[in-house]
Write a protein that binds this ligand. Sequence first.
Ligand code: FES
Length: 362
Amino acid sequence: MTVLSTIARSRTVAALTSPHGVDHYLSRVNPMWAAHEVRGRVVSVHRETETPGAPVATLTVQPTATWRGHRAGQYVQVGLDLPGSARRMTRCFSISSAASGAGEAFTLTIRSHAEGQVSRFLVDAEPGQLLHLSQAQGSFTLPVSPATPGIDPLLFITGGSGITPAMSMVRTLLRDGYDGRAGRPVTFLHYARSAEDQIFAGELERIASDDNDVTVHLRYGDAVFNELELRRLVPRYRDTDTWACGPAGMIELVRAAYADNPRLRLELFKPPAVRTDSAEGALTFATSDQQVANSGAPILEQAEEAGLSPVFGCRMGICFSCTARKTEGTVRNVLSGAESSLPDEDIQICVSAPVGDCVVDL
Ligand code: FES
């Protein structure tokens, strides 16, 4: 740490720059100067696919010195001040590059979604674009040191954009000298819509053909994950440390194949669709004095349909940006199915659906 950064982080400077904080003033001089916050500059943009309506790009991001690095498989929250928008928008994106150290550049591989303002903007971003970042987050990671002895055979099962955290792990393994020939093979099973839609296609081909004991199985089109095929490819899959990431439908099939096996680690890319046919009761937004018929969808969606604009980030139950106080009623977590009826409870409204009458402070 330099003397200047030590001074910038001191209590004296914090008091002198209150209430805005030292980072507010540093950013006025240079957006890449920061004492506490993390920001990043896009240094290059590489198109991975040109899938109509959903192209994918990899952005290389140089973070500020405040970036503490990431472990393979983690994600980062990206805040953007979009042109014409008064509110900063934040979304979570998996880091696709190998594990990084403090202050080191990393990559984000992002698919543009028609309804996703942030993803659409980032996929078309220009080098130089400034991003507001969190530190790396998430526990969907490899053990601390992937190249050290003691790691057993590994299995990655991914679908669509769910390949990005697994790619970070495989890249880390290969960069750090992982040797599968020592009886610790890696199997990578990935499902994509088509060969044209395949992210990292060239690199996966190279990995598959290199002498590294990493086996790559790519499935396209209507192929869906099924236990029989998994059993054929990895007969001892239940004894294999497994990371699965992808759409909710695929994750449910993988979960069923492993039952409650603790060797399976899961990461969803989207919460599952919520049943709305049996919803009943009323959802009350106490702060804005509005009430709607409960549709059974997550409270965030119902609030937006009612014209409210709650703060949110990932919309997947990860970042806690959307936390709001529920004062009455029962909610169901759409990821876990768990219900809670506690009064005055802080809930993540992006993944909490009302069960009957419910009141939230929105
Ligand atoms: S928006 Fe991230 S947890 Fe709800």
